[in-house]
Design a protein around this ligand. Structure first.
Ligand SMILES: [Zn+2]
Length: 99
């Protein structure tokens, strides 16, 4: 992680989410998938974060938009779903196939 996907750093931090704050430990205790501390991630996103990975939702979105991720995902899909008809008809895939 870190260098594989390029995510631009927001300076000053951008607020992507506002709401009740809960620590990762608190979210774990309550069985929540996400938590929110109000602190920016290392890329300057003030957003909810995944309890499992600590990755913020904004980073996740940026990562999914990156070309590197699309290439990786396309190869990954091909490796275990050889039949085109069995693939999910997602937006990024249509973009891939149109390219
Ligand atoms: Zn982030």
């Amino acid at each position: 992680m870190g260098t594989k996907y390029r995510v631009s750093v927001c300076e000053p931090p951008v607020v992507c989410h506002d709401g009740p704050k809960i620590t990762r430990t608190g979210a774990r205790t309550e069985g929540l998938a996400r938590y929110f501390t109000g602190e920016p991630c290392k890329y300057g996103h003030i957003d909810e974060r995944y309890t499992s990975s600590t990755m913020c939702l904004r980073c996740e979105r940026e990562r999914h938009r990156s070309e590197a991720y699309h290439k990786w995902a396309a190869n990954y899909q091909r490796s275990y779903l050889p039949e085109p008809s069995r693939r999910h008809n997602s937006k990024w895939q249509r973009v891939q196939e149109a390219a």
